[in-house]
Design a protein around this ligand. Structure first.
Ligand SMILES: CC(C)(COP(=O)(O)OP(=O)(O)OC[C@H]1O[C@@H](n2cnc3c(N)ncnc32)[C@H](O)[C@@H]1OP(=O)(O)O)[C@@H](O)C(=O)NCCC(=O)NCCS
Length: 170
């Protein structure tokens, strides 16, 4: 299958935090943000694979700064690497106070999506061609992150995680 550049999957999503999106502290609810992140990741996965794709897993997310009511949420998503039927998507999220004109980091995360055929079965996706320095770094780390998440999901034996083991056996 012909490879596609990581840049081809690049997706930008913006949202405005409205009262219905907030918790009792007047900040964006984590669950609402994760919902938006899931949509941005799905769009990136679908751009890469040209196929409906489903969330298989979400790696840990820690929120560094609350995003406030009336602020803008910026989400960027890009496929870092594809395997057989699955794709790892890297997301960067930050908030923007457009009145006082500053931006602040919210979080970074990795989502895994699986491309599905019309029968709902996983289907192969094109390989990723990383181009920029950042894309190459993310591409190279993706194999280790995949092995770790498959071990945690009980889908891989630690003994088979050669990339992870190599980190400790240098
Ligand atoms: C994701 C799903 C399609 C995988 O199906 P499956 O029968 O486990 O298929 P396989 O074991 O062949 O795995 C298919 C791919 O998913 C990957 N995968 C499966 N579980 C995974 C997990 N927990 N984390 C990361 N990747 C996972 C496999 O590594 C494989 O990738 P590869 O083909 O690139 O090697 C299936 O588990 C599913 O439908 N889950 C529910 C998804 C869902 O409903 N999401 C929305 C949230 S409500």
């Amino acid at each position: 299958m012909q490879g596609r550049t990581a840049g081809n999957s690049f997706t930008v999503m913006n949202e405005l935090v409205l009262p219905n999106d907030t918790n009792s502290f007047g900040n964006l609810m984590g669950g609402r943000l994760m919902y938006w992140m899931d949509i941005a990741a799905a769009l990136a996965a679908m751009k890469h694979s040209n196929t409906p794709s489903m969330t298989a897993s979400v790696d840990n997310i820690s929120f560094k700064n609350p995003i406030k009511l009336g602020n803008i949420v910026h989400i960027e998503a890009k496929v870092t690497r594809s395997f057989n039927t699955s794709m790892e998507i890297h997301l960067k999220v930050w908030g923007e106070d457009s009145v006082h004109q500053y931006q602040y980091e919210s979080n970074e995360a990795y989502f895994t999506f699986v491309a599905l055929d019309p029968n709902g079965k996983p289907r192969p996706v094109p390989p990723i061609i990383p181009e920029t320095e950042e894309e190459i770094k993310l591409y190279e780390g993706a194999l280790r992150r995949r092995q770790l998440r498959l071990i945690l999901a009980g889908k891989m034996k630690p003994d088979d995680a050669n990339e992870l083991k190599a980190l400790f056996n240098k």
